[in-house]
Design a protein around this ligand. Structure first.
Ligand code: SF4
Length: 293
């Protein structure tokens, strides 16, 4: 596994690309022009920037806002943080402070910041317990049910408030990078999706503004522009978002267990109650044992 992959950049992003899926039956294939590589600000009413509080999000907000400012369109940018809620014992699912870092990103560039939570699930913890098993590579219900739908709802909320009298046209910017995986490298930087057929209320363009940046370049953007980053990186974490992610590497999970012992104990109790191993390769109990050794 490559270094410095935030879980949600590496995996959630794939689900987020499906934020506004295009039903095949509603939109038969037509010849598409060559993929655009430059975002067309004039063709969009607003742009939502998904910010988890991670390092890729910091570089993402910088890139979007810099381009928007140069185009005289900074007023169209909205930064959105999806709140993942708390566990039953009250522990934040995310890293404490991630929301504040995301807020600082928006504040630095003078754009509106919003926090939204799933309307259906009070937290990712509730969703996991309801599901009865942990998320996995082939069961990323965590992102689709908690983040993806929340992002779509926020776009609908923003577009609806504009009372345009027509379907809104939104950009949805995400921090995926080509360096992260082969599949990610093949993603178009700009891709348009229409949500549904007749009566659709949205026209959305997914946009990957930092697709070409390396991890080192992401950190360079932070250093050169004084962008805030989460302290977990300074404590040895390579990833952010959920503190206990079944898709994270064992090394990151062990480090997170050292930094978040109470949270991991609660997750380990849930692992026992559900009778489902956290990762195929290792249980939470084993992760905690390594963390303590
Ligand atoms: S568990 Fe959290 S960090 Fe991991 S893939 Fe799901 S939403 Fe992302």
């Amino acid at each position: 596994m490559q270094k410095n992959l935030p879980p949600c950049a590496a995996r959630c992003g794939a689900a987020q690309l499906e934020l506004f899926p295009q039903p095949a039956a509603a939109f038969p294939a037509v010849a598409e022009p060559a993929e655009p590589t430059v975002f067309d600000w004039d063709a969009h009413d607003f742009v939502v920037v998904g910010d988890s509080g991670g390092k890729d999000s910091g570089a993402l907000v910088h890139e979007v806002c810099t381009q928007a400012d140069q185009a005289g369109q900074l007023h169209k940018v909205r930064v959105l943080h999806c709140d993942l809620g708390r566990t039953k014992k009250g522990h934040l699912v995310e890293w404490p402070g991630a929301l504040e870092v995301a807020r600082a990103h928006a504040k630095q560039y003078g754009v509106p910041f919003a926090v939204r939570r799933s309307r259906r699930w009070a937290s990712l913890w509730d969703r996991i317990r309801s599901h009865g098993d942990w998320p996995g590579f082939f069961a990323r219900y965590c992102t689709s049910d908690i983040k993806t739908v929340t992002g779509r709802d926020f776009a609908d909320e923003t577009g609806g408030a504009m009372r345009l009298g027509r379907p809104y046209r939104a950009g949805y910017a995400m921090g995926m990078r080509a360096e992260e995986s082969k599949a990610r490298a093949n993603k178009p930087v700009i891709e348009r999706h229409r949500m549904s057929g007749k009566g659709t209320k949205r026209l959305v363009t997914t946009w990957l503004p930092i697709h070409g940046l390396t991890t080192e370049q992401v950190w360079e953007v932070h250093r050169e522009n004084g962008i805030e980053h989460h302290e977990a990186y300074d404590q040895g974490m390579r990833r952010l978002s959920c503190r206990a992610c079944p898709l994270a590497s064992t090394g990151d999970l062990v480090r997170s267990a050292q930094l978040n012992p109470e949270l991991f104990e609660e997750y380990a109790e849930a692992e026992t109650e559900m009778g489902k191993k956290f990762k195929k390769s290792i249980s939470l109990r084993e992760i905690i044992e390594i963390a303590r050794s």
